[in-house]
Ligand binder design. Structure first.
Ligand SMILES: Nc1nc2c(ncn2[C@@H]2O[C@H](COP(=O)(O)OP(=O)(O)OP(=O)(O)O)[C@@H](O)[C@H]2O)c(=O)[nH]1
Ligand SMILES: [Mg+2]
Length: 386
């Protein structure tokens, strides 16, 4: 397929250029009015930028007349591709629409300003690659995965079918996630600290997991909160303790914390809430680790991260805590975004599977065990809509 951008002062002139260069079978994919030149926004010249494409081997079923309504020579109107209204519903037209959709995807890819398409990707795989990039998967990871998928499908000579690409992507992602270390959380840990940045959902998620421990795993559960910076924070955990009928201790100092652990030592699991801080600051990390660091192995840390945070911030926070023993990762607010790349980035870069995903405010229901299949399904959930 030949794809080209044309620029002219008027739409009819652009059309003239397109006809003489690509012939009358050319399809207009997009057009817009732009202003060029001038000084400080004055004396700018109006120009029309039109993207047109020509398939050198058009399918025999395509009728020439179906293309015609797509060409609008009215220069006052920015040309738009709302083809649905203009094309009738015959099978041929549906076929053309599918082709145009395909071409538009290609156009988006071709015109994307900052996207470096990796060498070695054939046309059919540029779209899956840009899909993963739009999901905020890191470019290197997206390239690796899509190149592998391309290789797998080429070996089977099936690369041109879009749904096969999606299935193969799913397989590839699941396989990579399965190859890394599993989450170590088993509900047998005696002390479980919930740590993480401000407002990510530490207290809410603690209540959800503690409820699971008590109701599904029959564990005897107790709470400690060390988040004494805000009265509301203490009250929040006390409320959950009341609802779940579990004891709670409030610890203002390291000594009180040690006493509380001692006091609750007869319980199967002690869930410890901590204050949200700006943990990009190393001093906060030191304070927290000094507080929760204990000489026994019978403890775990739940690093709570929000999927609605920026990818770089998520990775930076992860690295601030990666020395803590028995650490599991929980991602919250999975329901608040449509970009799921961080789930894959963290898992594969750090080679550590995510333990839980929280997807709403409802305690205790909105939490699920994270599996490679669940992560891949989230990641590819918008694949067919794009
Ligand atoms: N949409 C959505 N909201 C969530 C989720 N988890 C928690 N929240 C909400 O996020 C807000 C903050 O939750 P908290 O549990 O108080 O967060 P925190 O990390 O303990 O906050 P600090 O202790 O202040 O640092 C609350 O309104 C929760 O209902 C989730 O998975 N999805
Ligand atoms: Mg809290």
């Amino acid at each position: 397929m030949k794809l080209k951008k044309f620029t002219a002062p008027t739409m009819p002139e652009a059309m003239q250029q397109i006809r003489s260069e690509l012939g009358s079978n050319a399809v207009i994919l997009q057009s817009k009015e732009v202003k060029k030149g001038g000084v400080l926004g004055f004396f700018q010249k109006k120009q029309f930028e039109v993207y047109a494409a020509l398939d050198p081997e058009p399918t025999p079923r395509v009728k020439q007349k179906s293309y015609e309504p797509l060409v609008d020579t009215n220069e006052d109107k920015a040309f738009d591709m709302h083809t649905q209204d203009r094309v009738n519903e015959s099978n041929d037209d549906m076929h053309i629409l599918a082709e145009i959709k395909q071409m538009k995807k290609l156009l988006e890819v071709t015109t994307a300003a900052n996207e470096d398409i990796p060498k070695g990707l054939t046309t059919n795989f540029i779209w899956p690659y840009t899909y993963l990039i739009n999901q905020e998967v890191t470019p290197l990871l997206a390239e690796e995965i899509v190149l592998q998928v391309q290789q797998n499908l080429e070996a089977e000579e099936m690369e041109e079918h879009a749904h096969l690409i999606k299935d193969e992507l799913h397989k590839e992602i699941v396989q990579r996630l399965k190859a890394i270390e599993k989450s170590t959380f088993t509900y047998d840990e005696h002390i479980v600290h919930f740590i993480g940045p401000t407002g990510v959902g530490k207290t809410t998620t603690l209540a959800k997991i503690a409820a699971k421990a008590k109701l599904e795993k029959n564990k005897r559960v107790a709470f400690i909160t060390t988040d004494t910076y805000r009265i509301a924070a203490i009250e929040q955990l006390k409320t959950y303790a009341r609802i779940l009928e579990v004891p709670i201790e409030v610890a203002y100092t390291k000594e009180e914390y040690d006493e509380a652990i001692q006091k609750l030592s007869g319980y199967d699991q002690i869930y410890v809430d901590t204050a949200g801080r700006n943990y990009r600051e190393t001093s906060f990390v030191k304070d927290l680790t000094a507080l929760i660091d204990r000489p026994n192995n019978d403890q775990a840390t739940m690093l709570v991260l929000s999927l609605s945070s920026k990818s770089n911030d998520i990775e930076a926070i992860y690295h601030q805590f990666n020395n803590l023993p028995n650490q599991s990762i929980i991602f919250t607010k999975v329901d608040e975004t449509r970009q799921f790349g961080s789930l894959l980035n963290i898992s594969l870069h750090e080679e550590r599977q995510i333990a839980f995903l929280a997807n709403g405010q409802d305690v205790p229901n909105d939490v699920m065990v994270s599996t490679p299949e669940v992560i891949s399904s989230y990641l590819l959930s918008g694949y067919d809509d794009e």
